[in-house]
Design a protein around this ligand. Sequence first.
Ligand code: SF4
Length: 764
Amino acid sequence: MSESVKTLCPYCGVGCGLEVSPPAASGRATHRDSQGNPIWKVTGNKNHPSSKGMVCVKGATVTESIDKNRLKYPMMRDTLSESFQQVSWDEAFNKIVERIQNIRQSRGDYNSICMYGSGQFQTEDYYIAQKLIKGCLGTNNFDANSRLCMSSAVAGYTQSLGADGPPCCYEDLELTDCAFLIGTNTAECHPIVFNRLRKHHKKNRNVKMIVVDPRCTKTAEVADLHLAINPGTDIDLLNGIAHLLMRWGEIDSLFIDECTQGFSDYARIIEHYPPEIVAQKCGIEISEIEQAARYWADSKKVLSLWSMGINQSQEGTAKVRTLINLHLMTGNICKPGTGPFSLTGQPNAMGGREAGGLAHILPGYRSVKNAQHRAEVEKIWGLNPGQISEQPGRDAWSMITGLETGEVDLLWIAATNPAVSMPDLQRTKAALLKSHFTIYQDAYYPTETAAYAHLLLPAAQWGEKTGTMTNSERVVTLCPKFREPPGEAKPDWEIFAEVGCRLGFQDKFSFADAATVHVEFVQLTHQRPCDMGKISHENLASNGPMQWYDTQKAEIEIEENDSGFFSSLLKGFTKQEPLRGKRLYTDLRFHTENGRAKFAAYHSRGLAEPPSEEYPFVLTVGRLYGHWHTQTRTGRIEKIVKMHPHPFIEIHPRDAAKLNIKEGDWIEIKSRRGTAKFPAKVTKAIAPKTVFVPMHWGALWAEDAEANTLTHPEACPISLQPELKACAVQLMPITSAPQPAKDLLHQEQLALSDLIPVSTSNHK
Ligand code: SF4
């Protein structure tokens, strides 16, 4: 390819448009990475509606990783203690099919087969995986790493508004007069969203920014009000703000009466949250709560942003719904500049939701529990009635517990790295060691999870296959193939389809290309909340990125609703503006049975593992600006490694003094599940009695620095999202640093014993 190509950044859910040029097309000397590979040039795509040419360091350097440490050929071994041997694709496929058929013969069904996928998948990958696992095999045991990231947002939207899907768009960042950021370090984790918001905030002095976070992050540093609440007290704070708004009469009674249900139960709950009590629970001043409530009351357009600080909690769904309550109570929804806006972590977590990529959902925002939904999908997939199970499948953590109990016979992991990202890592790794057969499909080798695999399948990554991704504001972008995959790597969807064909389902997987896969997927969105009827590869290629919207409502214009009541509510719109695109629910009717949004009445439950005498600190984990998740890409990019050379622990000066710890001293941190060691970063940015550790370092990248060795798997009972954000720990100064890690990245074969200091001889 000699010309530049427009595509999407494959890192976070902001979904920035990129323009990628081949190495020789830059007109300058060809840049090469440390392994001598020519580097493709990346710039921001000025015409992309979401990012308008902006790009952060991750997007700008992404091509520097694409030729490094690639898995090029299928590799197999019988036991984990052996070395991998290169095999042909034919041998690899035969092995998978033989394993699956044996399971069917011995168990009578496919319920002990699980696939754990990824928000890095393109929508076409997600879709074919659903058809194979949920359709042809009849088990809903497909889950994705999105479970660890935003399943509470999915549950919260669905329960409160009747369907998943953020109702807002990025334009709202520039229209709001009060941005309420809770549980999100947007400046570092969603930098281009933050750039857009911050420009607006800087330019308009009347625009307020409230940040709720136990850390004084880069986001909090520029806020008008930073509420450094105690971890686990988000619901206390939200109910406390609601209490004051109610007391002051700053609620939208018309909206509540006409568009919602359940307000009276909620009103009774918030009576219990006067500022004196809330201030004490949250560890902040009464005046700070009053100020936050005053900003909500004085603003005509409040926009909330949140991500994992809210979602990763044993009460994640309750937190999301309690935040949505505030929007419903004040009518800050369905209008420009307002709404509850969940920022997705991964580039195509939204596409995964649309394609049914979690264990309880089906394509087109359908539920496996809904008989009509199952029947609709069965019809399009040409399956017998009843073929799709009505039982939700195993979520991410129950795949791990299923390995422990022997109920999971085959685990197929693709484009994700659970040996770093799962909670309670020692337990996770012990379970992975027990797996009878693990397939690991990834673009890179080594990764920590590869050490636990019996079969490695080389995947083509972004830029080496064509597909679509949907970002946080529901904009779908075509990501065209612009280079050949290395060795024998294949697109994920092609691998799943080939297995489907070899299992005897040729008629269901004979797709000519990704565009035809997309056409079939779009059929399943017809007249669903995420209707993509007008979106195709062809349209995206000629017209650029397109946003999906609710076509059932999109043709309604304001005049048609002008019954007096609606026109008074719709004052944010001009008469000429049709209710199409950009925002959902602009007709003030939600996807619930009666069209009304639902208030939820929740008391705060706090942390699943509160601090105790033995474990007196709360550990919170998070991300850094340059790194992405488990460093599979960013750890291989020199500029980013220089930016964040090693992990650390943030500790407040008061706590450091008590423990006689100085800047740079080593600390051993211990939870009920494991230990890790970090150099101290003594800073007032973290609240006393709380410590912070970045989550990016797995066993390949540093010694004894895995944040998730410490975390626990207690999860929200509704969303099943684990509380990765907080656990109780104790701290102990130590005199010496851990031995530096071996250079595992450049080993030809990653031996399990390099990563786990235990005998593996018995592990099959
Ligand atoms: Fe990529 Fe996210 Fe950075 Fe945009 S903000 S360039 S999508 S990592």
